[in-house]
Design a protein around this ligand. Structure first.
Ligand code: OOG
Ligand code: MG
Length: 259
């Protein structure tokens, strides 16, 4: 695919996100959009955000749990990019008018102390982590009916729109990271329970896999970056007035409100 075509597709997903307008799947009109081209479109769409003054603050893994793979009908892990405009402070409000059909999912987040350059094992990746915290990711596919193929969702920056990190950071080695109980509540009602073991068997495996996927195209994770390791349960639709909270054993909680 030509650079011009990649830029064109990046403008389509970026405009859809900025204007809160849904689009049809890119693959419907672009048979050449394979996985490699889709990551190029994702990068070009992030370049547009950076040109508007956003900063790259981290990376996210997606479709790392069976619950998410089954919900979305896509069975391969993918990664996306997190920018400064996606950060929601713990306890703050999010405006659903800025989203099409937002959903929320509970996640475990890492903050990196050092760069991570693949290939690495999960244990090596953990040695570069400053700490772990509870997180909520809000996703909002730009595609009609939240339906997409693997290249489509990669090109759309893996549906990223907002995320909330909990306010406590725990050293990864101080907690039983591979099997922490997770509870997600909306308006005080428990709507999902799960375990960090659902995240690619262990969140550290998800982190290492991310570094390894990036290494294939010469990329790496950088000190200070945030990494979302992937939704532990299915994602849930959000409605105005919702108060959402995730509580994860040993590492704390994160919350936000919808308006
Ligand atoms: C794709 C993004 C998946 C996760 O944690 O699995 C994701 C989607 O479900 O729209 O963020
Ligand atoms: Mg996610």
């Amino acid at each position: 695919m030509t650079i011009e075509r990649i830029e064109e597709l990046a403008a389509i997903v970026d405009d859809a996100a900025m204007n809160v307008t849904e689009i049809g799947m890119l693959t419907a009109d672009e048979p050449e959009l394979d996985i490699e081209a889709a990551y190029a479109v994702q990068e070009a769409s992030i370049e547009r955000r950076l040109a508007r003054g956003e900063r790259l603050v981290g990376m996210k893994m997606g479709l790392t749990s069976r619950a998410k793979m089954e919900q979305m009908g896509v069975h391969e892990p993918i990664y996306g990019r997190l920018t400064s405009s996606m950060i929601v402070n713990d306890g703050a409000r999010v405006r659903l008018a800025e989203m099409l059909h937002a959903r929320v999912e509970p996640e475990v987040a890492f903050i990196l102390a050092d760069d991570i350059e693949g290939p690495v094992t999960p244990a090596q990746a953990l040695a570069s982590v400053a700490g772990v915290c509870a997180a909520l990711e809000i996703i909002d596919s730009r595609y009609r009916d939240f339906k997409f193929t693997l290249p489509d969702v990669i090109a759309d920056n893996t549906s990223a729109i907002r995320f909330v990190l909990g306010s406590t950071l725990m050293p990864a080695e101080a907690v039983n990271l591979g099997n922490l109980g997770i509870v997600m509540e909306i308006n005080g009602r428990i709507i999902e329970t799960g375990s960090s073991s659902a995240i690619y068997d262990h969140p550290a495996r998800s982190l290492a896999e991310l570094a390894n996927m990036l290494a294939r195209t010469g990329g790496r994770l950088e000190a200070g970056q945030i990494v979302l390791s992937g939704g532990a349960t299915a994602a849930h639709p959000l409605n105005a007035g919702d108060r959402v909270r995730v509580t994860i054993d040993e590492i704390g909680s994160a919350e936000f409100r919808c308006e």
